[in-house]
Design a protein around this ligand. Structure first.
Ligand code: PLP
Length: 413
């Protein structure tokens, strides 16, 4: 008998048997309200009937058609349909399996497209665990510990996490852009920089929405220096934030390369990068890909996911329920001074715990997380010190389920 590697750190002891909508059912038949959605993946809820039907039909028709050998209909249809939701001008798409692979593919593309090497990522950013993606990740934890040397050609710049430094958003943005300008003439000269890589909401790093003024500042500098702006929408895409793409909360902003995964196929492994023709055509033919990339069943599930998002108006629902969740959690926080900040965008909401002295309180966050799990509310922690409890309900969540979650949270804290 083999046993799982101890490298796995499971957040709860729950063993699930099945999922339906916003709920998971464990092997003892107990119901859990799932405000993790498989870390932002099962956006249409667990086992949405339309996604199940599309996947079942595809499994019985064609499971795998390796795309460097043969092309298949689900991938072609999905590519076409993505044109309806991608920002204008971003009309070339390429598929992979996971967020990390798509991040690495975006870096490869940016280096090919610009002939430059350096990628500037931001403090606290999370872009994945594979070696290249880990080299761009500083959200904390043990992702980079003991595995160096890391991929070269990476520089880091500060992220405007205003709450953490006790600044206003304007102060944080002004400081970080000034610092970025300094980096562009010192550690990472602009002429060597291929891309800025940024999450529209800092995810694993603490659920901090990136201020629009900061994204605009990046866009201006990218345009001025021929640098590409890569939006890592692995967690923020597909309606999660109440807009189809997280960057769309910044009026008029368009990235050069967009990365998507997680919610794309409701739980089937699939990721993609998208860029305008002028950029994508600079990729070296044959330089991107993978055995399972653009798997036929995943693509069929992704097509059904897009239909569900549109038919059930899930982007608007994420915005509406996100506000309801924020409001409910802020009321809970008033009664619990340890919860020093409640913030978020759409259905990406974080509760940051501080000690009475103002230090990050990972122990309190961990206690609240465990107490919620005991009451049947599944949550996650994140943040540079593990002191943020985050909530990522599925986009199909109802007002009643939001209220149920807030009531369980209130008991838990
Ligand atoms: N980028 C972001 C913003 C993420 O949140 C994640 C995963 O949480 C990744 C990349 C890595 O994705 P994956 O775990 O599918 O490799």
């Amino acid at each position: 008998m083999a046993r799982l590697s101890p490298v796995l750190q499971q957040a709860t002891p729950v063993q699930v048997a099945r999922g339906e909508g916003a709920y998971l059912y464990d092997t003892d038949g107990r119901r859990h309200l799932d405000f993790t959605a498989g870390i932002g993946v099962t956006s249409t809820g667990h086992c949405h009937p339309k996604v199940v039907a599309a996947a079942q039909e595809q499994v019985a028709t064609l499971i795998h058609g390796q795309y460097t050998t043969v092309m298949h209909q689900p991938l072609l249809r999905l590519t076409e349909r993505l044109g309806d939701v991608l920002p204008a001008g971003i009309d070339r798409v390429f598929f992979l399996n996971s967020g990390s692979e798509a991040v690495e593919a975006s870096v490869r593309l940016a280096r090919h497209a610009t002939g430059r090497q350096t990628v500037i990522a931001f403090d606290g950013g999370f872009h994945g665990r594979t070696m290249g993606a880990a080299a761009l990740t500083t959200s904390g934890g043990k992702i980079r510990a003991g595995i160096g040397p890391m991929m070269g050609g990476v520089a880091f710049a500060p992220f405007p996490y205003a709450f953490r430094y006790g600044w206003t958003e304007e102060e944080a943005v002004a400081f970080c852009l000034k610092e970025l300008d300094r980096i562009l003439v010192t550690a990472a000269p602009a002429r060597d920089v291929a891309a800025f890589l940024i999450e529209p909401v800092l995810g694993e790093g603490g659920y901090v929405p990136t201020p629009p003024a900061f994204l605009r500042g990046l866009r201006e500098r990218a345009d001025a220096h021929g640098i590409l702006l890569i939006a890592d929408e692995v967690q923020t895409g597909y309606g999660r934030t109440g807009a189809f793409w997280g960057h769309q909360h910044t009026d008029g902003l368009t990235p050069d390369i967009l990365i998507t995964a997680k919610g794309l196929a409701s739980g089937f492994p699939l990721s993609a990068i998208a860029a305008p023709e002028a950029i994508m055509s600079k990729a070296l033919p044959g330089s991107q890909g993978g055995t399972y990339g653009g798997n036929a069943v995943s693509c069929a599930a992704a097509l059904a996911t897009l239909e569900v998002i549109q038919e059930e108006n899930l982007v608007a629902n994420a915005g509406e329920q996100g506000l309801r969740l924020l409001d409910g959690l802020r009321k809970v926080a008033v009664e619990h001074p340890g919860i020093a900040d409640v913030r978020g965008l759409g259905l990406m909401v974080g509760n940051e715990f501080l000690t009475p002295e103002g230090a990050p309180d990972a122990a309190a966050a961990s206690r609240a997380h465990a107490a919620a799990a005991e009451r049947g509310l599944l949550l996650l922690t994140c943040g540079p010190f593990g002191n943020v409890v985050r909530m990522i309900p599925p986009l199909i969540v109802t007002a009643e389920q939001v209220d149920e979650g807030v009531a369980l949270w209130s008991e838990a804290v």
